[in-house]
Design a protein around this ligand. Structure first.
Ligand SMILES: Cc1ncc(COP(=O)(O)O)c(C=O)c1O
Length: 326
């Protein structure tokens, strides 16, 4: 069933009704996938609604746009303000946010240069991406027969819409075979990531995650989880993971803005650990939710409050002095 949508969408500086937020069928993005985007969340905390790692998401968006030579017609501070305005206009306490920068209606042909760079910001209420039960009990996944793009094909540092053709193939295959998700290998056969999640593995008390050169998106949740795990005293290694290590891992979990911290209980019908959320995964998951929900101090300045006045909100990442983050 089609998504009913919500109130307002920010389009090139104006707030328009969901039903009126339309683009022309001849727009470049429709034909050639010429868009970069973000996915971020705003959480309902005791001090009011707060976006999680707003600055980091906006920075990644601008980096993605730079890689694709798409000049965004406003600066990062104005972009952040537009995101906060859009959430306020919709009256959400908690929501998912989708900023999108795309090549609009201009000249036909593959070259995007004759098509304008347009900007939209959508938000909607979105619960657990893989379902609430997945957060609790974990998901069953397969290793995908589709590889992630080689480094000299589609840049994975850019969160480009075009990369999601690969994600769709991974997801479609997994669902067709009765799995919640797929884990893709990179061009060298090493573990890369899920269709829209980064991956962590636990073995003998140490956390491992594939390095950025294993064709993974530099996930903001991945970065947050590395920081949280180290804060909690765990060792974390960004290292190549061989496929067979998935089968002998003590624990496995996905991380991402949509998936948050989701345990994996089996891979290719082979049970991971005890076949349920492992103790280290649960500790990190709890800590992650305590931070995003504002239940413990925001020691890294990751929350940007919608209404900073009187929230007692700490500084955002960009306002913190250099070196204050791990
Ligand atoms: C391919 C891919 N990898 C990883 C992630 C996780 O990234 P983040 O934590 O920044 O949402 C996403 C989520 O958007 C994704 O689409």
């Amino acid at each position: 069933m089609a998504f009913a949508g919500t109130g307002k969408i920010w389009m090139n500086g104006s707030l328009v009704n969901w039903a009126d937020a339309k683009i022309h069928i001849a727009s470049h993005v429709i034909h050639y996938g010429s868009a970069v985007f973000e996915g971020e969340r705003c959480y309902d905390t005791p001090k009011g609604s707060a976006c999680f790692r707003l600055d980091a998401h906006t920075k990644r968006l601008y980096n993605s746009a730079k890689i694709y030579r798409m000049p965004i017609p406003l600066d990062q501070a104005a972009f952040n303000a537009a995101i906060l305005d859009t959430i306020r206009a919709n009256g959400f306490k908690a929501c998912y946010i989708r900023p999108l920068v795309y090549r609009g209606y201009g000249e036909p042909g593959v070259s995007p240069l004759g098509s304008p760079v347009d900007v939209a910001i959508l938000c909607w209420e979105w619960g657990a991406y893989l379902g609430p039960e997945a957060l609790e009990k974990g998901v069953d996944v397969r290793v995908s027969s589709w590889r992630r793009a080689a480094p000299d094909t589609f840049p994975t540092q850019a969160k480009s819409s075009a990369n999601y053709a690969s994600s769709q193939l991974i997801k479609l295959e997994a669902v067709a075979d009765g799995y919640a998700e797929g884990i893709a290998l990179d061009v060298n056969g090493h573990v890369s990531e899920g269709s829209a999640q980064n991956l962590f593995l636990v073995r003998d008390g140490v956390l491992y995650t594939p390095p950025l050169y294993a064709s993974v998106l530099p996930g903001i949740t991945r970065d947050s989880v590395i920081t949280i795990a180290r804060d909690l005293g765990y060792e974390v290694r960004e290292d190549i993971i061989q496929r067979e290590t998935l089968y002998v891992a003590d624990e496995l979990f996905f991380v991402g803005t949509a998936a948050e911290v989701t345990p994996i209980r089996s891979v290719d019908r082979s049970v991971v650990g005890a076949g349920k959320c492992g103790p280290i995964t649960r500790t990190i998951q709890r800590h992650f939710f305590e931070i995003v929900n504002g239940e413990i101090p925001d020691r890294h300045g990751w929350l940007t409050y919608l209404n900073p006045k009187g929230s007692g909100a700490e500084k955002t990442e960009s306002e913190k002095p250099v070196g204050s983050r791990r």
